[in-house]
Design a protein around this ligand. Structure first.
Ligand code: GDP
Ligand code: MG
Length: 462
């Protein structure tokens, strides 16, 4: 698991490119303090570089004495640091050029430029965090909704590890029982109570594993979100709805059919789920050349969408065009929506004959009525069949999900073997198989390639 640079002291700019109030350079490794001393001139010459204490001074080129920046610098002694190594942070002015100058000086003094995610990778390799926590760092940085941030923070504080660990403890204990039986075959029957083992495996392994697996779909939803396409004939109010949801005039709205020719998309937070909402050209026949291209794109987007809002103009009768178009989208998950209810008399027409999946949501994009109801309906449509998820639950990612599937299969195999009276050797192998999958999740047996893939997703300086 040793990276080639494990011995080296690494450095990188840890704040994003661009101008800001401050910009921070981070250094990690044995040489961190001596590097700082070589380039930092503290205001107080008797500065003791106490751990975790901020000092004011200047970064100076050692040879020419040229001042590169006025800074605050902190030395943090191992092991109470992000990487568990000695760490230095230099808080500079937030100019990319200033930061670049200071970083180059640090590199010229003996540090190596950190690769993306290398600080976090060291935190993992040095045992401060497990792999699920390292992955949570990426999630925290890339979360698109507050709910996503909350889930990532929970995982960062060890929530997923905390669910996996007791399962492993049970498996280890069961394996010990089986191994005793293997070592003392003559006493086999007295030692092993198969029905007790089966019950323990079902309660302490199978059930919690399956629960975790169920929450993986919810995890994907909060992490990656869904794409939602607003479809419908020209002029039913698709662009108006996009604008209303975004609360800004993002798309052009006119009473001329065919106004929207290209698709427009924005991400909105719908009850914690990042929803990529896409307004499309209204689909109709006999459109001009440009509009026709937009219509073709609309069809492609519809085919790729996770959910479709099918808009109908409630101020007029249902027309053949609505029915034809509905026929073209109904192979996808569709939420039928009646717009312009401000123009409808009472009662509002239902049009439910058009949809085989139940009632239409009724809104007025212009008057902004029914929008909360619509958001709730979108949320319900994407989480249906997923009621098992508990609030405060974990949100395993795709990598965890794969390993969880493997673990559940191995567990089922152990159960079959126990029920079928197979030999203890075989049972021990399957128990170990289940343990291996769990070790993979927390990063104990993860291969270098997998680690590379994970840490490559990080930005520089993290
Ligand atoms: N009265 C009323 N008019 C609406 C409503 N939504 C859209 N419109 C009008 O319908 C016309 C077409 O709207 P637009 O959003 O461009 O429809 P699109 O072609 O489906 O994108 C415009 O004149 C809008 O002002 C609504 O809820 N009520
Ligand atoms: Mg439009």
């Amino acid at each position: 698991m040793n990276s080639p640079y494990q011995e080296a002291t690494i450095a990188a700019i840890s704040t994003p490119p661009g101008a800001g109030g401050i910009g921070i350079i981070r250094i990690s490794g044995d040489q961190a303090l001596s590097l700082l001393k070589a380039i930092f001139q503290p205001k107080d010459p008797s500065c003791l570089y106490r751990s975790h204490q901020l000092y004011y001074g200047h970064i100076r080129q050692p040879d020419q004495g040229k001042i590169l920046d006025e800074v605050l610098a902190v030395f943090m002694a191992a092991p109470h640091t992000y990487t568990r190594e000695d760490v230095v942070e230099v808080h500079c002015h937030g100019s990319f050029l200033v930061l670049q100058n200071v970083l180059e000086l640090i590199l010229a003094s003996g540090a190596i430029l950190a690769s993306p995610g290398e600080f976090t990778k060291r935190a993992f390799l040095n045992g401060r965090i497990d792999l699920t926590q390292a992955e949570a760092v990426i999630d925290v940085l890339s979360a698109k909704t507050r709910k996503g941030v909350d889930l990532a923070q929970e995982q960062l504080s060890g929530a997923l590890y905390g669910k996996i660990d007791p399962i492993r403890q049970s498996l280890v204990q069961m394996r010990a029982v089986i191994e005793v039986a293997i070592d003392f075959p003559d006493e086999d029957l007295e030692i092993i109570d198969h029905s007790a083992l089966i019950a323990q495996l079902e309660q302490e392994v199978e059930e919690p594993l399956k629960k975790l697996l169920q929450s993986a779909d919810r995890g994907r939803l909060y992490r990656e979100g869904i794409s939602l396409v607003i479809a419908g004939l020209p002029n039913v109010g698709k662009s108006s709805l996009l604008n209303t949801i975004l609360q800004e005039e993002r798309a052009l709205v006119t009473s001329i059919p065919g106004t929207t020719r290209d698709s427009i998309e924005e991400v909105v937070d719908i009850k914690g789920i990042p929803v990529r909402i896409i307004d499309t050209a209204g689909i109709r026949d006999n459109a001009g050349e440009v509009e026709e291209l937009g219509i073709q794109r609309a069809r492609d987007l519809i085919n790729k969408a996770d959910l479709i809002l099918f808009l109908i103009d409630g101020s007029r009768e249902l027309i053949d065009g609505d029915r034809t178009l509905y026929g073209q989208v109904k192979h996808k998950p569709v939420l039928p929506v009646i717009n312009k209810i401000d123009l409808c008399g009472n009662p509002i027409p239902d049009f439910s004959s058009i949809s085989s999946i139940g009632k239409c949501v009724k809104i007025s994009a212009r008057e902004q009525t029914g929008i909360e109801r619509l958001k709730q309906a979108v949320f319900d449509a994407v989480i249906s069949g997923d009621e098992q998820w508990e609030e405060g639950g974990c949100a395993p990612n795709v990598r965890h999900k794969q390993a969880l599937i493997g673990a559940v299969e191995a567990c089922d195999q152990v159960l079959l073997s126990l029920k079928g009276g197979l030999t203890n050797d075989l049972i021990a192998v399957d128990l170990q198989g289940c343990l291996d999958y769990l070790a993979e999740i927390v990063g104990e047996t993860t291969t270098e390639d997998v680690l590379d893939v994970i840490f490559e997703q990080f930005c520089l300086g993290k």
